[in-house]
Design a protein around this ligand. Structure first.
Ligand SMILES: Nc1ncnc2c1ncn2[C@@H]1O[C@H](COP(=O)(O)OS(=O)(=O)O)[C@@H](OP(=O)(O)O)[C@H]1O
Length: 604
C-alpha cells in the first residue's frame, strides 16, 4: 500500500518542483522494477533494503531542494528589505544636510503624531513605519519614474556618507539618548523638507545659474536675539527692491504679539488690498498654518536663537517692569524664587520664562524636572525643524549672516548691518557661573532648543559653506561693515540716546536698559545719506515709514484719527517719537478693542 501511494506522493512533489518531479518519476519506475524483481528473487530481503535505501535518497534529495527553494524565496524578501533600507538611507541623505537634520526629520514625525502641538496635518496618528515606507516608495518612484516597486537597487551598496555627524559635547546625554530612541524619520506632507530644501538651494547657489535671490521670506523675530538688526536688513532689502511687507494691522509695530498669529493681523489681508506679500518679519507668536495663509508656498522661513543665559540677562533688564520681575532686586533673587514670583496667567509674564519656546508658538510653562521635559523639547525641536529652513545663532551673528546670504542667494552687501538695539555697557550685568546654571534650569526648554540648533548650525556651516570659505566671507563682511561705519557714522560707533541729534534715529527706550543708537556723518552726499540712514533707522520708525509707503491713505487716516482723539498729544506727535514709543505699550489694549469690536460686529 505504501507503493500504491507513491505515485500520488511523487506527482504532488513534482507539482512543486518540475525538474525534481521528473527525476522522482524515473526513480519511481526504477523502484517498481526493483520491487518486482525483488519479490521474484530468493534474496528478496536484500532487495527490500535496496528499495528503502533508494526511497531514503529520494526523500532526502526532495527535502534538501525544498529547503533551498525556501531560502530563495526568503532571499527575495530579504532583497526587498535591504533595498528599502538602502533607499531609506538614500532618502535620508537626500533629505538632510547633516545627520542631525535627519534626526530632526525623525522627530518631526513624532511631533506629527502628537496632538498637543499647534501643528496639525492629515497623517496624524498613522504608524511611523507606514509613513516611512510610503516615503521610501515615493522617493523610489520619483527617482525611477516608476509607479511600482519593481526595480532593484544593489543591496551591496553602502549608504551615502552622512555629513557633520560629530556629537555635541554640550548636549545633555539624556537628550542624545532620547533622540536616538526617537530616531524615526519622515515628513508626512508633500512640501519639501526645509533642511533638504536649504541644501538644494545652497548647492545650486554655488554650482549653477539656478540660484535666484529669494524674496518670499518669513523671519520669526524672537526677543533680545539681535532680531532688530536682522529686521533692518530685511527692511532695507525689501525697500530697495520694491517688495511688499506683511505689516501689522492698524499701523501697529508688532503682529499683535503675544497673541498667537492670525492672518487677519496683517494689513491688507482682510481688505484684500495686497495681492502678494514678500516679507513678514515683525514680532509675532508663530503659528504656521495662519502664516501660510498670508505667505506664498515657496516662502523661506528662518529665525534666530540666542543663548538663554545672555538672553535672560538682557530680558531681565529690558522687561524689568513685568509682574514676574518687578519684585526682584536682581536676577538671582528672581531665579531663587522663580515659581513663587511667576504666575503664568498674568499678562506679560511669558517674557520671564522659556520665551524662545513661547515665540515659536509652544507652551513655555514647564519645570526642568518635569517628567516630559525631554519629550516636549524633542517635539518643539522637530516642529521647528519642519517649519523653518534655517535657524541662526546670535552668538555667531556674522557667520549667521553668511549662512543666510547663501540660503537666500543674496550678495554680501545685502547682509551688511550695524548692531541695533544694543544696551550701553554699564547696563550689562556679568553673570556668576552659578547664575548661569540657574538660568539654564529655569529655562530648561529653551536651553535644550538652543543646544540643538547651536549644533545643527555648525553642521550646516560645515556641510554647506565650509570652514575656510566661512572665515573668508566673515572677514569680507567685517571689512565692508568697517568701511560703511567709516562713511556713515559721525562718531564711528553707537552712542547713548541722549547724544543722538536726529529724533527720528533715536531707538525706543524701555525698562532699565539704555538702548544705544547712531548719529549720521553730516559730510555725505544725498544718495549715500539715504543708504546710511536706512542702516541706522530703529525698528519702530522704519516700520512706520514702510507702512506709510505701502498704505499712504490708511497712514494718513491714522494720523488724522490720532489727532482727533488726542489733541493734547499733538505736540509730541509732531516729533513722531512719543507716539511710536507708546505703540508697544498700547498695542495689547488696541488689540483687545479691535477683537471686541469685531466680535460685536459679528454678534450684531
Ligand atoms: N549684530 C549683533 N550681534 C550680536 N548681538 C547683537 C547684534 N545686534 C544686536 N544685538 C544684541 O541683540 C539684543 C537686542 O535684540 P533684539 O533686537 O532682538 O531686541 S528686541 O526684542 O527687538 O527688543 C541686544 O542685546 P543686549 O545688549 O544684551 O540687550 C543687542 O546688543
Amino acid at each position: 500500500m505504501a507503493l500504491s501511494s507513491l505515485p500520488v506522493l511523487l506527482s504532488s512533489l513534482s507539482g512543486h518542483i518540475p525538474v525534481l518531479g521528473t527525476f522522482l518519476g524515473l526513480l519511481f519506475f526504477c523502484v517498481v522494477w526493483c520491487v518486482r524483481r525483488g519479490l521474484c528473487s530468493r534474496h528478496h530481503s536484500l532487495w527490500i533494503l535496496l528499495i528503502l535505501f533508494v526511497i531514503c535518497i529520494a526523500v532526502q534529495t526532495f527535502v534538501a531542494s525544498q529547503a533551498r527553494s525556501d531560502k530563495l524565496t526568503e532571499l527575495t524578501h530579504l532583497r526587498i528589505t535591504v533595498n528599502k533600507h538602502h533607499l531609506f538611507t538614500l532618502w535620508k541623505s537626500l533629505h538632510s544636510t547633516s545627520s542631525l537634520a535627519v534626526q530632526q526629520d525623525g522627530r518631526s514625525l513624532q511631533t506629527e503624531r502628537t496632538s498637543d502641538l499647534h501643528h496639525h496635518n492629515g497623517e496624524y496618528g498613522k504608524r511611523s513605519d507606514d509613513i516611512l515606507l510610503r516615503h521610501v516608495d515615493k522617493i523610489f518612484n520619483i527617482a525611477t519614474g516608476s509607479q511600482t516597486e519593481t526595480i532593484k537597487v544593489s543591496p551591496g551598496k553602502r549608504p551615502l556618507a552622512k555629513l557633520g555627524n560629530e556629537p555635541n559635547p554640550e548636549l545633555p546625554r539624556s537628550l542624545v539618548l532620547h533622540r536616538a530612541r526617537k530616531g524615526l524619520t519622515g515628513r508626512t506632507d508633500n512640501l519639501p523638507c526645509p533642511s533638504s530644501f536649504l541644501k538644494a538651494h545652497i548647492n545650486s547657489a554655488h554650482t549653477s545659474s539656478t540660484c535666484h535671490p529669494k524674496s518670499h521670506i518669513v523671519f520669526l523675530k524672537t526677543h533680545k536675539t539681535a532680531s532688530s538688526t536682522i529686521l533692518n536688513i530685511l527692511y532695507r532689502y525689501g525697500e530697495s527692491k520694491n517688495l511688499t511687507f506683511a505689516l501689522p494691522l492698524n499701523k501697529q509695530s508688532q503682529l499683535f504679539y503675544p497673541f498667537s498669529f492670525e492672518s487677519r493681523f496683517v494689513e491688507g489681508v482682510s481688505s484684500r488690498t495686497v495681492r502678494e506679500f514678500h516679507i513678514m518679519c515683525n514680532h509675532m507668536r508663530f503659528n504656521k498654518p495662519e502664516v501660510a495663509k498670508v505667505m506664498p508656498e515657496n516662502t523661506f522661513y528662518f529665525s534666530i536663537l540666542r543663548n538663554p543665559v545672555n538672553m535672560m540677562e538682557s530680558i531681565f533688564m529690558y522687561y524689568k517692569s513685568i509682574p514676574a520681575f518687578s519684585n526682584a532686586h536682581n536676577l538671582d533673587e528672581f531665579l531663587d524664587n522663580g515659581w513663587k514670583n511667576y504666575n503664568s496667567s498674568v499678562s506679560n509674564n511669558h517674557y520671564a520664562h522659556n520665551i524662545l519656546a513661547f515665540d515659536f508658538g509652544f507652551d513655555n510653562n514647564i519645570a526642568a524636572d518635569a517628567e516630559d521635559i525631554e519629550e516636549r523639547a524633542s517635539m518643539a525641536i522637530a516642529a521647528i525643524e519642519r517649519d523653518f529652513h534655517l535657524i541662526l545663532i546670535t552668538e555667531y551673528f556674522d557667520e549667521s549672516m553668511i549662512l543666510l546670504k547663501h540660503a537666500l542667494c543674496w550678495a554680501l552687501e545685502d547682509v551688511v548691518s550695524f548692531k541695533l538695539n544694543s544696551r550701553r555697557q554699564p547696563t550689562h550685568h556679568p553673570l556668576l557661573a552659578n547664575t548661569a546654571e540657574k538660568i539654564k534650569r529655569w529655562n530648561a526648554l529653551d536651553w535644550r532648543i538652543y543646544l540643538h540648533f547651536n549644533t545643527s548650525f555648525w553642521h550646516k556651516v560645515n556641510s554647506l559653506v565650509g570652514q575656510e570659505q566661512m572665515k573668508r566671507e566673515v572677514s569680507q563682511l567685517r571689512e565692508l561693515q568697517a568701511k560703511l561705519a567709516n562713511t556713515c557714522l559721525k562718531d564711528g560707533g553707537a552712542v547713548d540716546p541722549s547724544q543722538i541729534k536726529d529724533a527720528r534715529l533715536k531707538p525706543f527706550q524701555y525698562g532699565s536698559a539704555v538702548i544705544q543708537g547712531y548719529n549720521l556723518n553730516p559730510h555725505i552726499d544725498r544718495q549715500t545719506k539715504t543708504k546710511c540712514q536706512r542702516l541706522i533707522t530703529p525698528e519702530l520708525q522704519y516700520t512706520e515709514h514702510l507702512y506709510t509707503q505701502q498704505f499712504p491713505e490708511l497712514a494718513a487716516k491714522h494720523i488724522q484719527a490720532m489727532r482727533n482723539a488726542a489733541p493734547q498729544r499733538q505736540h509730541s506727535e509732531r516729533t513722531g517719537i512719543r507716539r511710536m514709543a507708546s505703540a508697544r505699550e498700547v498695542h495689547h489694549r488696541q488689540f483687545r478693542r479691535h477683537t471686541f469690536s469685531n466680535l460685536n460686529q459679528k454678534a450684531s
